[in-house]
Design a protein around this ligand. Sequence first.
Ligand code: URP
Ligand code: ZN
Ligand code: ZN
Length: 456
Amino acid sequence: MDILIKNGTIVTSEEVFKGNLLIKDKIIEKISKEELEVSKDVHVIDAKNKLILPGGIDAHTHLDMPFMGAFSTDDFYSGTVAAAFGGTTSIIDYIIPKIDQSLNEAYSIWKQKAESKSVIDYGFHMAIVPSVESAINQLAELKTLGISSIKCFLAYKNSLMLNDEELEKLFEAATQNNLLVCIHAENGEEIHNLVNKYINENKTAPIYHALSRPPELECEAVQKVLNTASLKGSDVYFVHLSTKSAIEEIQKYKNSEINAYAETCPQYLMYSQEKYEEENFGGAKYVMSPPLRESFNKDYLLQASLGNQIDVIATDHCPFNFKKEKQKGINDFSKIPNGVPGIETRLPLMFSKLVKENRMPLTQFVRLNFTNPAKIFKIKNKGDIKIGYDADICIWDADFKWTITKEKLHENVDYTIYEGEEITGKPIIVISKGEIIIENNSFKGNAGNGQYLFRS
Ligand code: URP
Ligand code: ZN
Ligand code: ZN
């Protein structure tokens, strides 16, 4: 169906203007400040007093992922439906191979999880887990699978964590294969020692999750990685950054010969460490790695987002039910599956917090949440509103006031950490490649309509 969106305020990564937009054959065919003449069979949407934004890109999700003895509770259907309700029309999910599993086999498993279920377009990053030697020999294959980014975990000792030597080798091989390295930067060795110390002292409550992962251990890991990346001449992308000191370190490399990208997530911009003290084990809802920090970090991250120190806001969506999976850690914080939901709330929350409350220009909001992830991760023709780009569009009510509650969301999990947040702004129509998938608060898309994002 061809669609004319008329009388809206079009927001691109560079400008904001009143205009009209014509979608034909799933592509943005025309953008005009003048009225557009169309035939009668074109579906017309009047976007008067509404914003016309691109479709959101969430560059960091974990759907249907086995982790810490559980599976993240959103699969590629429920997770992408929830994403769509929140204005996101593309995700990049992390493939986590089993130890010693071939990258090709892990890719096939993830592809199978996604292809008949995803309602929006999806791509994959490939995590590299031991044995690294073997993975290095397979990196060249990633190109043929359409994967241009890998992830290394410096945390989660005895499962996903890589050591310094492995990291160095991997950077070298990634650079040779033109792969961008994404890093979970926390010193896993020290964390392991601190976790054991607290458990031995019978300090088992959720707050010790945060205390066993002090901010210094993020900063130190970031420094080490920057040093290695710089020596190897590799670009690097830091996922889910949570501290002021880490951002300051990355800033030192902003005009260097390597590109060092900084990602943060809404949870680190919204909340701080006190959440772990919530009664009745409520702190477990916020257990993720890295943890929430002292509140000056959150304030700094906000300023860094308003400036140009943060490149991407992604969710790290990794849901586990409070009443089920999170209870595994009721007597031991280290057994609480790490991760929080957020795939549906990212854009409304960030619009409200950054644009409405803190006057971030709309163009910058678009760059952080839409354009930069597309550029950095080589997703073609998405993340902006341009002629010839995919018709992934959100029609946005910038004045709609609402309160986030679990009941209003579509994530397959029994809580949201944003319960009760009063916010302004919401997508009211969401279009994925020319098809209206959200309208009148209803989902109108289809499982399996999402296509694989082959990134070269
Ligand atoms: O706690 C988190 N972040 N869980 C997901 C896995 C990861 O480290 O990204
Ligand atoms: Zn991580
Ligand atoms: Zn993650």
